[in-house]
Design a protein around this ligand. Structure first.
Ligand code: ADP
Ligand code: MG
Ligand code: MG
Length: 990
């Protein structure tokens, strides 16, 4: 068996690794090797591979054979290069033992400095350097760090001893302690170790070394690191590498120092050298914040030669890595050393600015630029957020689901009605409820944000808030709403009118009013998103050209906003919202309690002109882009009046007694409304409902034609389970269209398609395709019905499923690629086996999820449709999908029968920048199964046709965009959203 290499040396021309070996050496180790290769001054050392960490854990925390020897051979090598020996009483070598995984996890794992110090080495170091104070300081730092990290001595104990020493000398800073004080302190420290661990601080350098290596490998599995990986969806890493590296000392005196810097400003992206340093300090001092560091610009005056050298190195590294670098450096007695370089973490605005600038500088291609910006970055840009400084200081009092991104502050109100009343008075309110329902929409619209104690990512509150771009924290278990007057949040009771702040991007809830800062939407963001559009438009999969982003919008203002954000059409216009409008609702209710078809038609006639007006408004706002209108979908049950007031109101309207309505209302009740009388089933039983809607669509189209406005309508029939439903319903619709268009003497081509949202429809899609002009996947229902999980009730078990790894991700958030995705693929294949260029889209919540978008691209969908605020994010995620899948074999609409998959390609794809490696793009790889990237959201123009108009982008800080208010001052219930929650849920009764 060939012996596996586990340890890689770097330094003095003996480098064995390089930047490509991150998987093996960790990011830190790989880049230390790379810098060494580039001739940049790096203290020599060696890196133990991540594979050893993996083996260590697989092997019940035992090392694989041969590791000890390999490490010791490399240590010898290091001693030869440095001409010093670990523990040498005359001239000791000191090393650091550093952690580093393939993906950087700053500060999450352990590092030990000054290793090799002991009672004899301290004297050797003092003698060799002629700096007694420095030697004792190094020793006491080592005991403190090693004692804490490796031996598990309580950190506080050392701090107390240090404070006492400073006190007795009457000095404030460590630097005030003299050599003798530090020597004494070392004695104290050793006592502390002995007392708390019943053993002496180890003097043997090799014992120290292995103790430190164990600790670093051990830190891979510490709670902090595990949590960090969870929170950041870091999976499938082997473990951490361990780098043992010669120490250099920034605390040697006034000609020494240490610092951290970025090649560009990580919060704005400006091409300005940015960073901080401290003279006469060791690395951890900068982080610990004991002394305030200087701005890097000050170094130019303090030490121009070092500054110049540092600038040269950062420029070189940035060019080399073609990305903004985050550097650690140390100056020892006027000599500069680099200790780390990595691609710098950056804020959203900086990500876009760096990407756009670097393309202009010829450093990277547009494709690379697109992959550099994550959906999370874009998300940050499009919503107000809590001032980062304030957020750092604030303490979250409870946490729920990060249901709709952005931050909001407001005075607590407990009902939608109160929200509106307070809003009228000019107050900023935050709606706090157990859950929300369609009745609450008016109050949600005027609220800064919404906080609920129950419900999941697709609960009513979450879906509607995302649609409106209102920040929302849902399902916060730490919130108990007590009637309409108080709520316990965390462990404190809040009254109506108390201020709270929520962060819908993290799910955190804070007491009081935290300052918010405005999203920063720049010209760069526009430019960037246009590049994304270019990439998507050029994508070709089989017969499918382009990969469009549409939006789900039911109101002209929503539609308008979505275009400003760059939507290419409406993929889902729900019509039930129109029925919930107060004016129409009464007619609709009258219709459902009517006994005869005649009566029903009578009532529907009254709704017709109102719907027609709604449609006309949308067509006009669409300016000729496709609009997919879904005919009535929700259960009839949801329209049935339930409360006494509602029944009385209806009775009065119909001029009958309330009692006479009751039997009819009772008959309409359903045990499982979501599986009951809904969607096209309503039209099979009552054809006049869809007839009326189609007529309204036709009349609105005629009006457009008369006003010379372009119109592009697609009618979509929901909840289809069999081709025969369409066979029955499509001709009905066509008859109405023909009649209206005939009477008006106009011709408007109208496509009639169907939703695929019931598993049976997916299975029977070859048959259904015969009658459908297009398909659109309703992935919310399809997920609900495939899993048999009621999406309104998942919060009672889904969190546990995720926690126990029964499921990887919330299937309502990110498409279940194996199960639901399998149905999607099947339906596409079958549908296109009948109609090879069948247009197929998706209009569920998943249309705004980056990982799902990647899947949908690969599956061959023509477009995804998402809520207006997610459009910019989808534009990016769609482009990333195109780039990441370039060259892969994608069954882009090939028929299952002729079945030759064709490679997806980007025509005339962007060339790599000069010298840039092709596909050197490693950043935002949507590994087929990474769960939902950050939160998406949106807010950015880049219209398709008319020269982009700036959106009524979210105003600074806390201000609500006018666009969020309901159209005119309509009655509260003006905008009923996706009605979902069945009012009554009977237990599965016998
Ligand atoms: P982290 O990943 O938490 O940043 P590092 O391994 O980078 O941990 O080390 C923490 C600090 O110690 C950094 O400031 C680093 O510059 C410093 N440091 C690490 N190794 C050495 C060394 N060989 N000489 C001097 N300083 C070092
Ligand atoms: Mg570091
Ligand atoms: Mg549906």
């Amino acid at each position: 068996m060939a012996k596996q290499k586990n340890v890689y040396f770097f330094g003095e021309g003996k480098t064995e690794g390089d930047a490509r070996m991150k998987d093996v050496l960790g990011g830190k180790g790989a880049n230390l090797a790379e810098m060494t290769n580039l001739g940049i001054p790096v203290p020599p050392g060696f890196t133990i591979s991540t594979g050893v960490c993996a083996a260590y854990y697989q092997n019940k925390e035992h090392y694989p054979q041969g590791i000890k020897e390999e490490v010791e051979i490399n240590l010898k090598k290091l001693e030869q290069v440095m001409k010093k020996r670990l523990g040498d009483p005359d001239d000791p070598l000191l090393v650091s033992v550093r952690s580093g995984a393939a993906v950087s996890m700053p500060g999450m794992m352990d590092t030990i400095l000054n290793l090799g110090m002991n009672d004899r080495a301290v004297k050797g170091l003092a003698g060799k350097t002629g700096n007694l104070r420095f030697a004792w300081d190094a020793y006491r730092r080592f005991i403190q760090m090693y004692g804490d990290v490796v031996m598990g001595v309580e950190h506080e104990l050392f701090e107390e001893a240090l404070t006492a020493a400073k006190k007795s000398k009457n000095v404030e800073l460590d630097t005030g302690l003299a050599a003798a004080d530090l020597e004494k302190l070392v004695g104290e420290y050793k006592k502390i170790v002995r007392k708390s661990k019943s053993k002496d601080f180890p003097q043997d350098p090799l014992e120290q070394l292995w103790g430190a290596i164990n600790a670093v490998f051990g830190s891979w599995m510490n709670e902090r690191a595990i949590k960090y990986r969870q929170l950041n969806d870091i999976r499938n890493l082997k473990g951490t590498a361990v780098t043992v590296q010669t120490m250099v000392f920034g605390n040697f005196g006034e000609d020494s120092g240490t610092g951290v810097c970025f090649s560009r400003d990580p919060s704005t992206g400006k091409n300005e050298f940015y960073g901080e340093y401290l003279m006469n300090a060791q690395g951890e001092d900068v982080v610990a914040g004991i002394r305030t560091p200087e701005q890097i610009s000050a170094l130019e005056k303090e030490d121009p030669a070092i500054y110049k050298q540092l600038v040269g190195i950062k420029n070189r590294l940035e060019k080399h890595f073609r990305d903004m670098q985050d550097l650690e450096f140390t100056v020892q007695q006027g000599k500069l050393f680099l200790l780390q370089t990595r691609n710098g973490k950056r804020a959203g605005s900086a990500a876009v600015k760096c990407a756009v600038d670097m393309v202009a500088e010829g450093l990277i291609s547009k494709e690379t630029a697109i992959l550099r910006v994550t959906p999370g970055h874009l998300d940050q840009l499009l919503h107000p957020m809590i001032d980062p400084g304030a957020q750092k200081l604030a303490k979250s009092i409870t946490k729920g689901l990060n249901a709709s991104p952005g931050a909001a502050s407001g005075k607590i109100v407990f009902s939608a009605k109160e929200a509106e009343i307070w809003h009228e008075r000019g107050e900023k309110v935050l709606l706090v409820r157990k859950e929300t329902s369609p009745e609450d929409i008016g109050g949600m619209v005027v609220s800064q944000g919404v906080l609920t104690s129950t419900g999941g990512m697709t609960s009513h509150a979450a879906v509607v808030a995302r649609g409106m771009g209102t920040p929302c924290v849902a399902g916060a278990k730490g919130v108990t709403v007590q009637g309409n007057t108080t709520a316990i949040i965390g462990d404190k009771t809040f009254k109506e009118g108390d201020w709270i702040t929520i962060d819908g991007s993290t799910g955190d809830v804070y007491e009081g009013q935290l300052p918010l800062v405005a999203p920063n939407i720049s010209k760069d963001v526009n430019t960037f998103l246009k590049w994304c559009d270019e990439v998507r438009n050029k994508a070709i999969r089989g017969k499918i050209k382009g990969f469009d982003i549409r939006t789900n919008a039911d109101q002209p203002e929503d539609a308008k906003r979505a275009f400003d954000f760059g939507a290419q059409g409406i993929g889902l216009c729900r019509t039930e919202h129109m029925f919930f409008d107060k004016e129409k609702l009464i007619h609709f209710r009258s219709m459902i309690v009517a006994e005869t078809e005649e009566e029903r038609k009578e009532q529907l006639k009254k709704i017709l002109p109102l719907q027609q007006k709604d449609f006309f408004g949308i067509f006009k706002a669409m300016e000729g882009r496709p609009v997919t209108i879904r005919l009535l979908d929700p259960p009839l049950h949801e329209f049935v009046p339930h409360t006494k007031e509602e029944i009385d109101e209806l009775a009065a309207h119909l001029n009958v007694s309330s009692d006479s309505l009751l039997p009819k209302i009772e008959r309409l009740a359903e045990a499982n409304p979501m599986l009951g009388h809904r969607g096209c089933r309503l039209a099979v039983t009552y054809p006049e409902i869809y007839d009326m809607q189609v007529e309204a669509i036709a009349q609105a189209s005629v009006e457009c034609v008369k006003q010379k406005l372009p119109v592009n309508v697609e009618i979509m029939i929901p909840i289809v389970v069999t081709a025969r439903e369409l066979k029955l319903l499509k001709p009905n619709a066509e008859k109405v269209l023909e009649k209206i268009f005939g009477e008006a003497g106009v011709k408007v081509p109208v496509k009639i398609g169907t939703m695929i949202e019931v598993p049976r429809a997916a299975l029977r899609s070859a048959h259904i395709a015969k009658y459908a002009d297009f398909f659109s996947f309703g992935t919310n229902d399809l997920t609900q019905m495939t899993f048999g999980f009621s999406r309104d009730d998942v919060t009672s078990f889904l969190p546990t499923y995720l926690q126990k790894n029964v499921l990887d991700v919330d299937p309502f958030k990110s498409i279940d690629q194996d199960g639901v995705g399998g149905l999607v693929e099947l339906a596409i294949r079958e549908g296109r086996s009948v109609k090879p260029d069948l247009k197929i889209g998706i209009c569920g919540e998943h249309g705004g999820d980056p990982v799902s978008i990647d899947f949908f691209f690969r599956a061959g969908l023509s477009y995804v449709s998402c809520s207006p605020f997610r459009v910019p994010l989808a534009r990016l995620a769609g482009a990333q999908a195109v780039i990441n899948n370039a060259g892969k074999n994608i069954k882009g609409g090939e028929s299952a029968k002729t079945g030759k998959p064709t490679a997806a390609k980007v025509i005339g794809s962007n060339k790599p920048a000069k010298g840039e490696k092709k596909m050197a793009v490693t950043s935002a790889k949507p590994a087929a199964k990474k769960p939902a990237a950050k939160k998406p959201a949106a807010k950015k123009p880049a219209a398709k046709k008319p020269a982009a108009k700036k959106p009524a982008a979210k105003k600074p800080a806390a201000k609500k965009p006018a666009a969020k208010k309901p159209a005119a001052k309509k009655p509260a219930a003006a905008k009923k959203p996706a009605a979902k929650k069945p009012a009554a849920k009977k237990p599965a009764a016998k």
